[in-house]
Structure formats: C-alpha cells, structure tokens
Design a protein around this ligand. Structure first.
Ligand code: NAD
Length: 356
C-alpha cells in the first residue's frame, strides 16, 4: 500500500481548527479507498512559535519539509506579530523555495452556496484562476532608503522573468486545452509599460502553439468589473501574482464566501512538495469558538487528492460539500447554520461512508 507523507502546518487562529477536519476527511478517504494511506507529521510553526523562538520556522525548516509528498497548511497571522513576518517568513518562503509557481484557485458557485450577485445563474460562476505564484510584486525585491528621514523612499519592484511568465502562461493554455475551455489573460499593459507589456507579449507568443484555445485579454480593472457584472465570460484565467491575489478574494466573495475558497500552490514537475490551503486567514475574530467553516479546507484536500492522482476522490468531496450546502442542515454560522467546525467535518465523513 502506498503511503503519502503529508506535512501539516496548522498555524494560527482557526488554522488548527479547520485543518483537524481536513486531516479527518483525508484519513477517511484513504481508509475507504484501501490502496493508499496518509502519514501526517505536524509542525508547530506559527505566530506562537515565532514569539517563543524569534523565527516562523527553524533555519532548516525548508529541508525538513523537502521529503514530504505535500504540505497541508491552515492559516498564519496573529495580532501580536506583523503580518509581513508571518506571511513572508513562512507562506511566501515555502512557495518560493519549493518553486510552487502555480497557484490554482477554483471560483465555482456550488449548488446551495450563497451569492451576493443579482441576476446571475449558478452555472455562470465557474472559473479557474491560474495565478503566477513566484514573482511579480511578491518577489521581495526592492529597497528602503533614508529610513525615518524626511526624504524616505521605498521601492517595491515587480519581477517578471521570461521563464516565470512563460511557464505559468503555458500551464494555463494546457489546462484550457485539456478542459476545452476559453482562456482569459488579465493584465495591465496600458499603465505598467514594462512588466505587463512583456507579460502580454509572452501570452501572445505562447498562444501561437495553442491555436485551438479561444483567448480573451482584459485589463485588471475591467476584469474586476466583469467578474461582478458578467462572470459567465470567464472560464480559465491567467494572471500575475498581485492581480491574482486580489481577484481571487473577489472570486471568493461571489462564490459563497471565504469559508468555501481553496487554493493549491503547485510545483507541477513534482520536484518539490506542493502546498494545499484554504485561502482565508486565521480569523482571530472567531478563533477558538468552533465557528470556523472547514469546507474551504475540505475543498483544498480535494485539490490535494486531484494532484496526487485520485481525481475521483477529489470530485466526491466537492459533491459532498455541495450536498451539505443544498441540505442546509449541518453548516457553520457564516453559511447561516448553527453547526460547529467539527460537526461539519463529521458530516463530511458520514457522507463519505455512505458512498461505500
Ligand atoms: N493564507 C494565510 O495564512 C492568510 C491569508 C489571509 C490573511 N492571513 C492573516 O490572517 C489574519 C486575519 O486576516 P483577515 O481578517 O484579513 O482575513 P481572514 O480571512 O482571517 O478573515 C476575514 C473574515 O472572514 C471570516 N472568515 C475567514 N475564514 C473563515 C472561515 N473558515 N469560516 C468562517 N469565517 C471565516 C473571518 O471571521 C473574518 O470576519 C491576518 O493576520 C492576516 O495576515 C493569513
């Protein structure tokens, strides 16, 4: 029987609460499948760890994670530690060091999920974001000059390499070809006259190899308007790190809320472990109260199963999330229910058992 070794970084706030349910669900899937199992190793890296040690992870943290098949992450962030530290020293560090250059974020309105948009049919919101995840404005390049002086200057560079742009754009074209969907390129070439003109040029160059894929190009400001006014026009989307970060939160808002939004950080070549996470933060306002919705984490578990080669289980988990949303009996307060985080996890497990 194959064993998948999974590193669990539960993190802060509601992170440990939702991840406990994700782990529970993955264990049940493996037990039902019978051909593979999971071995989970928990790492305490979090804001609490930082307050104790002065570091978000040990110096050899990346080496400790390297042998794992995947990383399952909850959320990091605490009012006691600057967000730039929690995010850069753990999350972004893992994404960079493991070259997880694809951030795959589904924005799909499931049956029964709430949607704040008027006059939009459920089927009209069904898109997949392919967000560049290794460079752009998040590459960490810049300078802080004349600190605390009147002539203080900060520079945050946008890093766009040919290799970095080509590989994410090619990934998106391949996905669109495989799924027989349209591909929309979202950029901002009218204002960002180096980075985004270059990005658009590479989109066109790579596109010559995919004459079968129908493409569209939009400026990011227009794209955010269309996501609200006419989401149906989007199927596969490719965009930069910063734009993708912002647009996928908008995507979460139109597709059921943060409690249903998942994301996968992929190293497609599998040279390094990929990382699966709900996209929400540590939600300090509801932490420790059993109110956190674990369904985003279950969705990210389904992305992990897809990536490990078990798409049939990935699909089953999405179908179960949809059942829960339609039945409206076992849901957390953000979705109008009264169930606790672990009751929702238990219900997912119960429904998995029913499929036996
Ligand atoms: N990937 C990550 O680890 C990540 C992502 C975003 C923010 N953060 C960090 O999290 C902390 C809080 O950030 P924030 O408040 O901007 O964003 P957040 O996502 O934690 O919370 C925003 C709102 O959504 C609600 N919410 C989020 N997830 C929920 C869930 N699963 N179930 C029910 N309600 C949920 C929260 O209660 C809150 O009202 C900050 O320190 C931030 O830096 C971490």
């Amino acid at each position: 029987m194959h064993t998948y070794n999974i590193a669990v970084i539960a993190g802060d706030g509601i992170g440990p609460e939702v991840l406990a349910e994700g782990v529970k669900v993955l264990k049940e899937v493996a037990a039902l499948d019978g051909t593979f199992q999971f071995s989970f190793t928990h790492f305490p890296w979090s804001s609490a760890y930082y307050l104790k040690t002065g570091k978000m992870m040990p110096d050899d943290g990346i080496d400790q994670l390297r042998p794992f098949d995947a990383i399952f992450l909850g959320a990091v962030g605490s009012p006691d530690v600057p967000n730039s530290v929690t995010s850069r020293d753990l999350l972004i560090r893992i994404r960079h060091d493991f070259d997880q250059y694809i951030n795959l974020r589904p924005v799909k309105l499931l049956k029964g999920a709430p949607c704040p948009l008027a006059d939009v049919k459920r089927e009209d919101i069904d898109m997949t974001f392919v967000r560049e995840n290794s460079e752009g404005e998040y590459a960490g390049s810049g300078a802080w000059l004349y600190k605390d002086q009147p002539n203080e200057v900060v520079i945050q560079n946008g890093v766009f390499s040919r290799k970095g742009c080509e590989r994410v754009i090619r990934y998106a074209y391949e996905l669109a070809r495989k799924e027989h969907k349209t591909l929309t390129n979202i950029s901002k070439g009218n204002a960002l006259n180096y980075s985004m003109v270059f990005w658009d040029q590479i989109f066109a160059e790579v596109g010559k190899e995919y004459p079968d894929v129908k493409t569209y190009s939009l400026l990011v400001d227009a794209a955010s308007m269309f996501m609200v006014k006419n989401p149906k026009r989007f199927q596969i989307i490719v965009t930069s790190n910063l734009f993708g970060d912002i647009l996928t939160d908008l995507g979460a808002a139109i597709a059921g809320g943060m409690g249903l939004a998942a994301g996968a950080n992929l190293n497609p070549e599998k040279k390094f472990p990929s990382m699966f996470e709900p996209i929400h933060g540590s939600a300090p306002d509801i932490a420790g109260q059993g109110k956190a919705n674990p369904l985003a984490t279950v969705w990210s578990a389904s992305q992990m199963l897809d990536f490990l080669g078990y798409p049939q289980w990935g699909k089953k988990l999405i179908a179960i999330i949809e059942d829960l949303l339609v039945e409206k009996k076992v849901l957390t307060p953000d979705l109008g229910g009264t169930a606790t985080t672990s009751q929702v996890g238990d219900e997912v497990v119960r429904k998995l058992e029913e499929t036996k």
